[in-house]
Design a binder for this molecule. Structure first.
Ligand SMILES: O=c1ccn([C@@H]2O[C@H](COP(=O)(O)OP(=O)(O)O[C@H]3O[C@H](CO)[C@@H](O)[C@H](O)[C@H]3O)[C@@H](O)[C@H]2O)c(=O)[nH]1
Ligand SMILES: [Mn+2]
Length: 766
């Protein structure tokens, strides 16, 4: 086996980075020490003078700085020992072994926010992947219960009959039609072929392009209301209310009916039952239904899940994943295999700070070196048995009795629910090897599939708890990944060139901040739940360092109050004529100065290390301040309100732009990189912070000019001015937004509320 290793785990050396980590850490500690000693001296002096110590300003600063130090330590732990994995799919093919079947899940929820053309491209790219057609099945979950999505997929299935064989025969690199047809024929593809073959190829290509354009045209101009009435297959949608309807499952294509040479994987449409009586648990609920439906239909031992906007960008994606699923001596090393989330519509220099590339390369590889990369919700291959809550040491045989920490077969049956076909399929998955034989005739099993997708099916079972995708957080991916790691599994980061999948990142202020708010909300829900990493590490098998690594992400919403507090200190001091940092004349001044420089240089170098631009660094560090004072802060407050029973958290679906149909990644916005606003409350705190800092600088500067500072030794110095100016630079989109027009301007309602917040703050600065 060693001669033909399918994968290699390569530790990444980072000695210089470790030193830099320690430099920043020691500066943070020096700052804390300086703060603590001057606090002690201050209170001693106050005691001697029998005056009440007025030290709360310094105490606030100390608490925040202690928090920042803790965060730095958490980050250091996470990044300390990164690894990457190399995969060799060529060897997999050479081995000629049989490959395990894969069930592919695509989720969509709203035909308005997620245009069906986008979903269709994703599905086509997956159907055409390099993998035996009989071993792949694609399930599309439609939480929107949309006739249009159904119609689009049915049309796509017809197109797939031409598309899939074409892609495989001509080894098309990217198999999402919109990418292929927008990039023109691959250079070299026709070069070395004879003239006649080239000519037929070009003719075929023209035919396909024409067919694709017709497909897009049909989808975009479909008259849904008349279709539902005239088309028999669409009749189910006629009276369907998306929040209250029975399950609709249709086999759009059954591969076993393919003619030889024209095979392509089965395609199944699933719109699970919705009923006002049951919470549907958003994407996690959809994934659990897909898991059960596929269990009774094709029951593949491996499941791949992608969001509807995430097309396969590397034809060998599944083969690479197989290298990691099959390539370890012990399968515990790859409970799941996650591909990085990379974006195709990425705007230059990441203006909205949501391309997360540095996060992947620094934190993601760091996680990979501990217990494994986090599950990211999309582009991930799961072992089905892992999803069934099986722990690594009980995986080869279903024990009749309980073995340490793992459920017995009887228990598992209760947990999975009583449906016979489902429990039987689960039994074969848990006890069998990776080569369980798929069931052939799909249409004979539809009734059963409908049964297991009922809203009430999960009552008195463990779905959403110990089995399947975990409920209770709008960031179900991190939560589910944590549960898998807590069961003792490790995970592998799959890094391919070109990237395995590409998705779309939201653009514009409202969409980006809403997405960050949802993530932070979900993360806070995780922290407050019994599935928080600390408990999982104490009571289960989540490794301690992995727990600390998860905390780096999970504490996003908790960072907001600390960062807000700290960013209020500067303007407070300028307004109140006080200071919280050492003066430039004092020896302690060099500590915050060095820290400020070291921290920013460190971050800047990380961007350089990832081959990103200086502009991308600036945009991200700026967005960090904006996100913290808007999205994370609101998420923090929302969850507090939810805990008090005053509000609910919802999964707000991110809008995906339709660039998949026009093919050039362009948006309607004149300047897509410029920050846009709407009247959402998420903008209020950041707008208030921008106004406050501008006012504070004006007041502070006026005092300097009027010479009012000299008389008072405790007044602000350079440090406070730098803090406020830096914040104004970071919040610059908001500063210009105060005067901007249209979507580039902050709406009056937001400005008014922000103004009121500032007015409420100023009286404190006396
Ligand atoms: O009720 C719902 C809501 C959402 N979705 C699907 O969930 C996916 C992710 O939703 P999206 O709005 O695109 O969220 P993003 O912020 O882009 O997604 C990231 O964050 C989510 C967790 O917050 C993860 O689930 C995703 O995989 C991850 O890409 C999409 O395919 C949706 O169709 C459903 O199926 N049902
Ligand atoms: Mn998305």
């Amino acid at each position: 086996m060693a001669s033909a290793k399918l994968q290699e785990r390569v530790p990444i050396r980072r000695t210089a980075w470790k030193l830099a980590d320690l430099v920043v850490l020691s500066l943070l500690l020096a700052l804390l020490a300086h703060r603590a000693t001057s606090l002690l001296q201050g209170s001693a002096a106050a005691a001697a003078a029998a005056a009440a110590p007025r030290c709360w300003l310094a105490v606030t600063a100390l608490v925040c700085e202690a928090w920042f130090t803790l965060l730095w330590l958490l980050n250091m732990n996470c990044k300390w020992s990164p690894v990457r994995f190399e995969t060799c799919p060529g060897r997999l093919l050479q081995r000629g072994d049989e490959l395990p079947a894969v069930d592919v899940f695509v989720t969509t929820a709203d035909p308005e926010l997620e245009p069906p053309v986008v979903t269709v491209n994703t599905v086509l790219s997956l159907l055409a992947l390099d993998y035996p057609s009989g071993k792949l099945a694609c399930y599309v979950s439609d939480d929107g219960c949309s006739a249009l999505t159904f119609y689009a997929l049915r049309e796509a299935a017809i197109f797939a009959r031409l598309w899939v064989p074409f892609c495989r025969r001509h080894d098309v690199p990217v198999r999402a039609p919109f990418v292929y047809f927008s990039s023109g024929p691959e250079p070299g593809m026709e070069d070395d072929q004879e003239f006649s073959r080239e000519w037929t190829f070009i003719k075929l290509l023209a035919l396909l392009q024409n067919e694709y354009e017709k497909l897009v045209d049909r989808i975009e101009n479909a008259e849904v209301s008349s279709l539902v009435r005239s088309d028999n297959e669409l009749a189910d949608f006629f009276s369907a209310d998306r929040k209250n309807h029975p399950t609709i499952i249709k086999v759009m294509w059954d591969n076993s009916k393919s003619r030889t040479g024209e095979e392509f994987p089965s395609l199944i449409y699933v719109s699970r039952e919705k009923s006002p009586k049951f919470h549907h648990n958003y994407k996690a609920g959809a994934m659990n239904v897909l898991t059960r439906v596929s269990a009774v239909l094709t029951n593949a031992p491996v499941m791949l899940n992608v969001d509807c906007d995430m097309f396969a960008n590397n034809a060998q994606a599944i083969l690479h994943a197989m290298c990691l699923l099959l390539g370890f001596d012990d399968e515990v090393h790859s409970g799941f295999v996650q591909a990085p989330q990379i974006f195709y519509n990425a705007l230059q220099d990441d203006p909205f700070g949501n391309q997360t590339e540095v996060m992947y390369k620094k934190l993601g590889y760091g996680f990979a070196g501990i217990q494994g990369i986090y599950y990211n919700g999309t582009g991930c291959f799961h072992r089905r048995k892992v999803i069934y809550g099986v722990s690594p040491d009980c995986s080869t045989h279903v024990k009749p009795r309980r073995t340490k920490g793992s459920p017995s077969w009887e228990e598992l049956k209760v947990k999975l629910g009583s449906q016979k076909e489902l429990t039987e399929s689960a039994r074969s998955i848990i006890s069998g090897d990776m080569l369980a034989v798929p069931i052939v005739d799909l249409s004979s099993r539809i009734e059963v599939a409908i049964e297991v997708s009922a809203s009430s099916y999960e009552n008195n079972t463990s779905w959403g708890q110990e089995i399947g995708w975990v409920y209770g957080s709008t960031t179900e991916d991190i939560l589910t990944g944590q549960r898998i790691h807590a069961a003792g599994w490790k995970s592998a980061l799959m890094n391919t060139n070109p990237p395995a999948f590409l998705g779309s990142a939201p653009t514009g202020g409202p969409a980006s901040l809403t997405q960050y708010k949802r993530w932070a909300t979900g993360l806070f829900e995780i922290l407050l739940s019994r599935n928080n990493p600390i408990l999982l590490s104490l009571c289960k098998r989540l490794q301690f360092r992995q727990c600390l690594a998860y905390l780096v992400i999970d504490v996003w919403p908790l960072r907001a109050p600390f960062e807000l507090c700290y960013s209020l200190l500067g303007p407070y001091c300028l307004l109140a004529n006080r200071s919280f940092l050492p003066k430039s004349s004092e020896p302690g001044f060099s500590i915050p100065l060095a820290l400020f420089l070291a921290y920013n240089i460190y971050n800047f170098l990380e961007y350089m290390d990832c081959r990103l631009s200086a502009r991308a660094w600036w945009n991200n560090q700026r967005m960090q301040r904006i996100i913290s004072s808007s999205a994370w802060l609101l998420a923090f407050l929302t969850v507090i309100l939810k805990t008090l029973g005053l509000s609910e958290t919802v999964f707000e679906v991110t809008r995906k732009d339709k660039s998949a149909s026009n093919g050039d990644g362009s948006t309607n916005e004149a300047d897509p990189g410029r920050f846009t606003f709407d009247s959402s409350p998420v903008f209020i705190p950041a707008a208030a912070l921008a106004i406050l800092n501008v006012v504070a600088i004006a007041v502070g500067a006026w005092r300097v000019v009027a010479g009012a500072v000299e008389g008072k030794p405790g007044g602000p110095g350079v440090g406070e001015f730098v803090c406020c100016s830096w914040l104004v630079l970071c919040l610059w989109p908001f500063v210009t937004g105060l005067l901007g027009k249209g979507s580039y301007g902050i709406p009056w309602s937001v400005k008014l509320k922000a103004g009121l917040l500032v007015a409420a703050f100023v009286p404190f600065c006396r």
